[in-house]
Design a protein around this ligand. Sequence first.
Ligand code: ADE
Length: 223
Amino acid sequence: MHIDIITLFPDLFTSVFSHSILQRSQNKGIVSVEFHDLRQYSVNKYKSVDDYAYGGGAGMVMQIEPIANCLKDLKSKRDYDEIIYTSPDGEMLSQGISNELSLMKNICILCGHYKGIDERIREHLITREISIGNYVLSGGELAAAVISDSIIRVIPGVLNDETSALTDSFQNNLVSPPVYSRPYEYNGWKVPDVLISGNQRLIDEWNIEQSLKRTKERRPELL
Ligand code: ADE
């Protein structure tokens, strides 16, 4: 999969994509990611990409030309399955959406800023709008990183068997069961006996029971 991210702050992504699973996915050649500095597509000598909103009101609007020019450039190199705009009024990101996007070949993510982008971009150039929650971020970069991470970790081959995404919370609409590691006892707090029983059938049953119990207690709306 190839992901193009259009942003005013490419440096914000450097660390996120150069650690852990996101880095490994690129080293394995399964994923490639490129960041495109929107200012490079400014149409004036000040390199600005925003202007006042027609009709007035507080806040600046990201202008149509830099974004349209950038997309034109990128589209001349790739056919996109989706061109995503990060926005608090988009559809809410879910495991299902991430699974769906993980099967795609090329996606582009446009990070919003200021008061938003010129509506004509949303109408004519964006194919999907995604929110990562009911709160407003200062910009779309963190949302783009969250979306990319949740997509990349479920691409086949990115995680090894031990960390398979199939056991993640939400993959079956249930949250994950509790997990334990050594030591067996700390401060008098013991690991549940079933987990050291060596009986895989009992362990699997226990995990499912715990998943259901947790989901009922903590996230009943998932059931
Ligand atoms: N940009 C600002 N807030 C956002 C949110 N909650 N989700 C996605 N993009 C955003």
